[in-house]
Every structure is written in C-alpha cells, then in structure tokens.
Design a protein around this ligand. Structure first.
Ligand code: ZN
Length: 92
C-alpha cells in the first residue's frame, strides 16, 4: 500500500530520481481522481509541495470534491513557474 494516493515530482523533490521530474503518479483506486490529478499537477506546475488548508482550496492537504479553488497568488505562481519550466506555453 503506498503512503499516499498520489505524488507529484517537481524540480525540488526529484534530485534522487531525475527521470521522474515533472511527473504525477496516482495509485489505482484513488478517490476523487479528477481533484487528485488537478492537485498534483498544480504541485508540479508551481514546483511546490506547499499545502493551503483554507476552505475549498485545491491545494488543501486533503483532496475532496469541495476543494477546487486556487487563489490569485497560486494561479500567478502556477502560470509563471509552469512557463519558466517549459511546461506551459505563454499567452501572447
Ligand atoms: Zn499535495
């Protein structure tokens, strides 16, 4: 049994496993799969393992169907870091 339902591997936590950089892994049977994938992708795009337990925030430690929101600051970081790492295209 894995320790987590899912894991995001960004730049900051891939030193010992560089081949997994910028990837998301989800265990079979994970609940709330869409939310889990969105949460883990946001970790990768922000290159941050930080959680925000503000009610309804997508980046709460616990992924639930109610937790779907990102703050403006989270969106800004996600966009800027994702583009810098070549994971998102810039918008002209
Ligand atoms: Zn997380």
């Amino acid at each position: 049994m894995p320790a987590f339902d899912a894991e995001a591997i960004g730049r900051g936590n891939s030193r010992t496993r560089p081949e997994l950089t910028d990837s998301v892994w989800v265990a079979r049977g994970a609940r709330d799969l869409g939310i889990v994938v969105a949460h883990e992708l946001a970790h990768v795009l922000m290159d941050s393992g930080v959680h925000d337990n503000t009610p309804e925030n997508l980046m709460a430690a616990s992924t639930t169907p109610q937790n779907t929101q990102l703050t403006a600051a989270q969106c800004a970081r996600l966009t800027a870091t994702g583009q810098r790492h070549g994971l998102l295209r810039g918008v002209d």
